[in-house]
Design a protein around this ligand. Structure first.
Ligand SMILES: [Zn+2]
Length: 259
């Protein structure tokens, strides 16, 4: 797909729903890095998997293609009526120049802390000191087991990142944004809606793929662009309003950059 064609479809829409799927975690690229694999092994051995959203972010800072893809998404959506649902936990979608009240991250991120036992009302903003310490652990300057974490005011259990990596994921962290999303979604009925689904496989199909297919089926004025290397197929009932693109979605978005 050419950039001009994508821009044309966005221009023709009154509202744009974007799904950023798990491919934007760039897992395959990360697993090719020896240091990343070593960090993952050490983290598993120390039983602190909850740190992964920031560990991924730390390594992805060097991933220029991903940064270009997200920046381009931000540029293409600028000044439009959009909402982005991101299944990524690395917090990078939110950093793509998107409006904070136009993005929902239902899988969480590293920006908030929750009680590891899932106490409600325990959410806090993550402090820079913790992120700095995790960076030191990644670089081997500190042991993962020595990572200093705060404790829950209610039950004194350790506070961990508010993401799906938590055994007792506290969904309070994203519910406010999710309410904004469902309200925005109600407003799309009868409107020219363009759905842009990027790199969403089956992992979070309930909030992206299947959900988006349903939204497209209900709104006869909706178009859907699905970008995925292998799972690009579209169900029959919406295929005449859909465009399937068999390409890695990060590559696709990165190629849409304006130079
Ligand atoms: Zn607690």
């Amino acid at each position: 797909m050419e950039r001009s064609e994508l821009v044309e479809m966005l221009d023709a829409a009154e509202m744009i729903l974007v799904g950023v799927g798990e491919d934007f975690e760039e897992k395959d690229a990360l697993l090719q890095e020896e240091n990343y694999c070593k960090a993952c092994a050490d983290i598993a051995a120390a039983g602190v998997e909850w740190v992964m959203p920031y560990v991924n972010r730390f390594f992805l800072e060097k991933n220029q293609k991903l940064k270009t893809a997200l920046h381009t998404l931000g540029v293409l959506l600028d000044k439009r009526n959009y909402f982005v649902v991101s299944a990524c936990m690395n917090g990078m979608t939110a950093g793509a120049g998107l409006l904070p009240d136009r993005i929902a991250e239902p899988c969480g991120s590293y920006t908030k802390l929750q009680c590891s036992r899932g106490c409600t009302g325990s959410l806090q903003q993550t402090g820079n000191e913790l992120l700095r310490e995790i960076g030191q652990c990644i670089q081997g300057e500190k042991e993962w087991k020595a990572l200093k974490v705060s404790v829950c005011d209610t039950c004194k259990a350790p506070m961990i990142f508010n993401s799906l990596y938590a055994e007792h994921y506290n969904e309070e962290g994203y519910l406010g944004h999710w309410e904004k999303y469902t309200k925005w979604l109600q407003g799309t009925m009868g409107k020219k809606l363009c759905i842009l689904e990027l790199g969403a496989g089956l992992m979070f199909a309930g909030i992206l793929r299947f959900r988006f297919e349903k939204i497209a089926a209900l709104n006869q004025k909706a178009n859907i662009i699905r970008v995925h290397r292998s799972l690009y197929q579209m169900p029959n009932d919406i295929s005449d309003r859909g465009k399937s693109i068999s390409q890695n979605a990060v590559d696709f978005m990165a190629e849409m950059i304006v130079l």
